[in-house]
Design a binder for this molecule. Structure first.
Ligand SMILES: Cc1cc2nc3c(=O)[nH]c(=O)nc-3n(C[C@H](O)[C@H](O)[C@H](O)COP(=O)(O)OP(=O)(O)OC[C@H]3O[C@@H](n4cnc5c(N)ncnc54)[C@H](O)[C@@H]3O)c2cc1C
Length: 343
């Protein structure tokens, strides 16, 4: 499908903000790709629009990815390779893999969006990241103008980060993923709230089933996060800053109640929600742009906020946290155009 002229993107982004694009092309067949040209400065690849803030109209084309496909290939008694088209709904495939008796994705239940966007920020929740199950990312390389397969190491995954997001944004269109999922379930309950939720719901909380873990994650997420269908949002708006040990210790000495979590390479993750709340933004509202009263990390559109108003609010929060703590908050969603650098 191709739409030309001025195309309204409001129904296609979870903030529900109005923005127009010049053209919309729906990609439902890989063969289309060799006929298309992508201009990274003007065009946008769109999945479910749940990690995106459109702060202005787009001067180019939106490529809406709708590539379908679910394939299973048993590798051994222990695992199965699962290949998923980029246009599949993430949560629907998580539940489908569980129904096939495969585990590995249960902690990532109910994350909005499509399969193709999952590697972009290496989606993560409840102590698990996509990269742990991922074997290969199948892409269309706009530079080389051919299909390629990248193994996990080639994707440079990090905390809410990847080669696709940081090093080479706009070079690839992800067409499919191959994951390795397990036949025997080992629960991942490092996240305290999850183990606690299972105490209430699981028949055997010490050894819950993968489906029980998925159900508990769904319940926790519904309690905590606003549903974009009711209240426009893009989930957590800022990443948790990662600091070196000396900086984290100095901060903890000044603010003993600051939540700090050990991260990789001797570094520490700081709760961005705590920093924002401490600066007084939790529950803030100006017009229809605001910060959730339940969760300081979630920016919300109460109705008719524009993308520009939400981006301005994000910039104010970032500047305030910078002035108060000398910590730079990095937005998690893609913002178009990006926020200006901190002064
Ligand atoms: C209520 C809520 C809760 C959330 N919770 C979490 C969470 O727990 N953990 C988490 O990690 N995220 C979370 N998110 C963020 C979001 O759901 C994920 O980042 C998701 O992977 C985005 O998918 P999408 O299809 O909507 O991507 P989009 O918003 O459409 O796109 C996001 C980025 O990926 C690019 N992109 C999309 N598809 C492709 C493709 N096929 N090829 C190349 N580039 C592509 C886009 O150009 C854009 O830069 C949450 C969002 C909401 C609204």
């Amino acid at each position: 499908m191709t739409g030309t002229g001025s195309f309204e993107l409001q129904p296609l982004n979870s903030f529900g903000v109005s923005a127009r694009a010049e053209r919309l092309i729906t990609i439902s067949d890989r063969q289309q790709l060799s006929q298309l040209h992508f201009r990274p400065q003007r065009d946008l690849i769109l999945g479910g629009g749940s990690n995106l803030l459109l702060a202005a109209d787009l001067k180019g084309t939106v490529f809406q990815v709708r590539l379908a496909g679910r394939e299973l290939m048993r590798e051994s008694d222990r695992s199965t390779r699962v290949t998923l088209g980029a246009g599949e709904n993430w949560h629907a495939v998580v539940r489908w893999t569980l129904a096939q008796g495969l585990s590995g994705l249960e902690n990532l239940s109910l994350i909005p969006g499509l399969v193709g966007a999952a590697p972009i920020q290496n989606i993560g929740a409840y102590g698990v990241e996509l990269a742990e199950s991922l074997l290969e990312v199948h892409v269309w390389d706009w530079q080389a103008r051919r299909q390629r397969t990248l193994d996990r190491d080639a994707c440079a995954f990090g905390y809410r980060d990847s080669r696709f997001k940081s090093a080479e944004p706009g070079r690839f269109l992800i067409t499919a993923l191959t994951l390795r999922l397990q036949h025997h379930f080992t629960p991942r309950l490092d996240y305290a709230g999850l183990a606690q939720a299972l105490q209430e719901t699981s028949k055997n909380p010490q050894a819950p089933s993968a489906l029980e873990v998925s159900d508990a994650v769904i319940r926790l997420r519904r309690e905590k996060l606003p549903d974009p269908a009711q209240l426009g949002n893009a989930g957590s708006f800022f990443k948790n800053p990662v600091l070196d040990a000396a900086r984290a210790e100095a901060l903890a000495a000044q603010h003993p109640e600051l939540p700090l979590y050990a991260s990789q390479h001797g570094r520490f993750k700081v709760s961005a929600a705590w920093l924002i709340e401490r600066c007084g933004w939790k529950g803030f509202r100006e017009g229809d742009a605001g910060v959730s009263a339940q969760h300081a990390l979630v920016l919300v559109n109460y109705g008719r906020a524009s993308g520009a108003e939400l981006a301005q609010l994000a910039a104010r929060i970032r500047a305030d946290v910078w002035q108060t703590f000398a910590i730079e908050l990095e937005p998690e969603p893609r913002i178009l155009p990006p926020l200006p650098a901190l002064a």
